[in-house]
Ligand binder design. Structure first.
Ligand SMILES: NC(=O)c1ccc[n+]([C@@H]2O[C@H](COP(=O)([O-])OP(=O)(O)OC[C@H]3O[C@@H](n4cnc5c(N)ncnc54)[C@H](O)[C@@H]3O)[C@@H](O)[C@H]2O)c1
Length: 364
């Protein structure tokens, strides 16, 4: 069942018998699911940094509904996230919320205590933000990342899955993007996300940690905020079209992206957390839908969904922007079993419905 994994390694970790007294057959598999990952009915504890943010809170919803988890601990300083994103779980004892900052190492150490898994999503996103304030982006995305990584190591966390970024492909013109062929970074944000990968690779090789990076490609969906100078295109366009104002498209609209609905990213996280494939460890994976869409194409789809004819403004291209992006998702498919289920069209429909259905969310 687990080619190449010696029984002793499955049975013992750090020389401690994992499930003393359990018959081998039961230990080894139940319903085809490896018991060493299921933990023999022991429910898992997971720390989600950035769990009050857009992707993090969608992941928290899935973890709260997943019976393999007995405790979901969220660490977030609410700088770009919202307590409202996880408010519906706050009365559930399965959720713990720590409002604190990953730039503080002691906080990270306390948050990692007793955790089986860490899902690291806390970061300062946005290429333009990193260009106007590289120091903050560096402090959160590199120092903060290293704090979480080191704390996970010190706490004996079994596995950490972290948010990487397609910005790591930088100036590479190759399409589709394949994990081991990257260009030079085009922004401080891209540097920070690449440094995360370098640290993860070193910690995996040097300390034998189980680390998996997910290079997200333009994730969108409910709870992505349209507010502020650094809002992503999809929530901003939807909100502007709903308000009858013209969105600004940077460049002539021919730039393209691989827009990925958040449920697909959540699926990738669950696959990575529970993958029994040793080939996944120490690796990074493109997480996308695998389809290239221009900004003009996206704009048209949104206008059709909202049934409006508001025109777009065209502004100057933005510094640090990658012109074209489309992922090969073969590596994630083959090694993690990732299989994105929600198309761009369906994802946009759900996202538009979310924007139309909420009136009192602080992010709107
Ligand atoms: N959304 C995308 O398309 C995309 C693409 C590539 C990578 N990513 C990465 O995915 C992760 C999540 O992104 P998102 O889109 O959900 O962004 P988000 O801003 O909604 O979420 C980030 C969360 O981290 C928290 N945070 C920020 N700084 C912190 C700090 N110092 N200490 C503790 N918490 C802090 C914020 O409050 C927020 O809740 C980030 O690492 C981001 O770089 C996102």
């Amino acid at each position: 069942m687990y080619p190449g994994t010696p029984f002793r390694e499955l049975y013992h970790r750090n020389s401690v018998p994992m499930y003393p007294g359990t018959p081998f057959r039961e230990l080894y598999h139940r319903n085809g699911v490896p018991m060493y990952l299921r933990g023999h009915n022991i429910m898992k504890k997971i720390l989600v940094t950035g769990g009050a943010g857009f992707i993090g809170s969608n992941l928290v919803d899935a973890l709260m509904a997943d019976e393999r988890f007995g405790l979901v601990r969220v660490l977030d300083n609410l700088s770009t996230g919202f307590a409202e994103n996880i408010a519906h779980h706050l009365s559930n004892p399965k959720l713990e919320f720590i409002q604190a900052d990953i730039r503080d190492y002691a906080t990270c150490l306390a948050a990692c205590k007793d955790m089986d898994f860490v899902s690291h999503h806390a970061a300062l996103g946005s290429v333009p933000r990193s260009i106007s304030d590289p120091l903050s982006t560096n402090a959160v995305n590199i120092t903060g990342f290293l704090h979480v990584l080191q704390a996970a190591k010190e706490s004996g966390v079994r596995r950490m899955v972290y948010a990487a970024s397609s910005s790591t492909y930088g100036d590479s013109l190759e399409l589709p993007k394949v994990e081991d062929r990257i260009g030079k970074p085009l922004s401080p944000y891209a540097v920070t996300k690449y440094v995360n990968e370098l640290y993860a690779s070193v910690y995996a090789r040097t300390f034998g940690m189980e680390l998996i990076g997910l290079r997200y490609f333009n994730v969108f969906g409910p709870r992505q905020s349209p507010q502020g100078a650094y809002a992503a295109a999809i929530p901003l366009f939807i909100q502007q079209l709903l308000n009858g104002t013209s969105p600004t498209i940077h460049g002539d609209g021919s730039h393209s992206r691989d827009f990925t609905f958040v449920d697909n990213a959540v699926q990738a996280n669950l696959k990575a957390l529970f993958s029994e494939n040793k080939a996944a460890l120490g690796e990074v994976f493109n997480i996308a839908f695998g389809q290239q869409t221009t900004l003009l194409g996206l704009f048209e789809m949104l206008r059709n969904l909202l049934n409006v004819s508001t025109p777009a403004h065209f502004g100057p291209e933005r510094l640090g922007d990658i012109p074209h992006s489309q992922a090969s998702i073969e590596k994630a498919r083959t090694i993690l079993g990732y299989s994105p289920e929600i198309s761009l069209e369906d994802g946009l429909r759900q996202t538009v419905a979310w924007h139309q259905g909420i009136s009192n969310h602080p992010s709107i």
